[in-house]
Design a protein around this ligand. Structure first.
Ligand SMILES: [Zn+2]
Length: 334
């Protein structure tokens, strides 16, 4: 008979199963982690390596070998959102803009990426070598009350910092910038990004933007498409505009004599949003141009080198300043 033989075989398998399960359970109670790891642990940096200097922007590309629904990265606790690669040429995939803060610790840090496809999450790990930048040292002489803030000014400055922090906590979840970034003012760079600043003989925070010297009233253009998150008139930055370009990417424009946009306005690359001035703490008329990328203070000029130059952006012409007055001879900064 065939049937009893099958039954016998089944019985043997089920006895074997029980034995195996018992052995596994016993072993698992002794070596729980080794036998049943929740996620396979992979060496850090197994998927590749990038490197960049403090203040620079690294373009990280992940191939689209699957239908990803979301790609997100983490670098030194900062969230790095990825977006479908807008460049028409080349392989499809996702790109993330990794900003290296001007004061990120030099050395190797992990960029961990989660590629989500429906319920599935694929984990990637890259090593990012942060290279120390040699920043300049600048000595500035300013009116004493602009450097040594009294109690009242200090309270005002703190409240203003808080106001900006709150406004920038809200960012567009969509990428608003299109392609080419442009220089907001064609002028002379008078204050260098990352400079260590000695004001009236005292060491201060490094310079977190670039200063572009230009005559009062020179047009200031938005570097790319975005939404005006907040306009301010602050103690140190003077009249200023913060533009949200989406996905944690902000540009800011300080010391303006005039602001020509309002909170919530949509702006286009090249649109005139204000005029050069010397409001706030400034030694003369200039634009302070700053950029924050997912919490990292990066060199705004790094934007001009980003490899997103396709024909999909709107016209990005910047009107030439009406006055052709020469740039002031005295270096203007802050
Ligand atoms: Zn400045």
């Amino acid at each position: 008979m065939i049937i009893p033989a099958i039954k016998k075989a089944r019985l043997r398998i089920s006895q074997l199963d029980r034995t195996v399960v018992t052995a596994v359970v016993l072993l698992a109670s002794v070596f729980p982690v080794e036998l049943f790891p929740n996620t396979p642990t992979q060496p850090k940096g197994i998927d590749g390596q990038y490197s960049g200097k403090q203040g620079q922007v690294i373009v990280v590309k992940i191939p689209a070998d699957e239908q990803a629904t979301e790609v997100r990265g983490t670098f030194l606790t900062r969230a790095i959102p990825f977006f479908p690669d807008p460049r028409s040429a080349g392989a499809p995939g996702y790109v993330g803009l990794l900003g290296i803060d001007m004061q990120d610790e030099p050395g190797t840090h992990e960029l961990a990426i989660d590629v989500q496809s429906g319920e599935q999450v694929r984990k990637l790990s890259f090593n990012v070598l942060v290279v120390k930048e040699k920043f300049h040292v600048e000595h500035l002489t300013l009116p004493k009350d602009k450097v040594d803030l009294d109690e009242k000014s200090r309270a005002r400055w703190k409240a203003e910092q808080e106001q900006v922090k709150l406004a920038l906590a809200e960012n567009s979840r969509l990428r608003l910038w299109r392609s080419d970034f442009i220089e907001p003012v064609n002028g002379k760079r008078t204050g260098i990004f990352g400079s260590v600043r000695i004001m009236n003989g005292q060491a201060r925070s490094p310079h977190n933007g670039e200063d572009i010297g230009a005559p009062i009233g020179t047009d200031v253009a938005a570097t790319n498409d975005g939404i005006v998150r907040i306009t301010v008139d602050h103690l140190l930055s003077g009249r200023g505009v913060y533009v949200d370009h989406g996905l944690g990417f902000y540009s800011m424009y300080f010391h303006l004599s005039e602001v020509l946009v309002k909170d919530g306005d949509l702006v286009r690359a090249g649109q005139i949003i204000g005029k050069v001035g010397a409001t706030g703490r400034a030694t003369g008329p200039h634009l302070h141009w700053g950029v924050k990328l997912n919490g990292a203070r990066v060199n705004p000029y790094a934007l001009l080198d980003l490899p997103f130059k396709n024909g999909s952006s709107p016209a990005t012409t910047v009107a030439a300043p009406e006055t052709a007055a020469p740039v002031p001879a005295v270096p203007v900064k802050d």
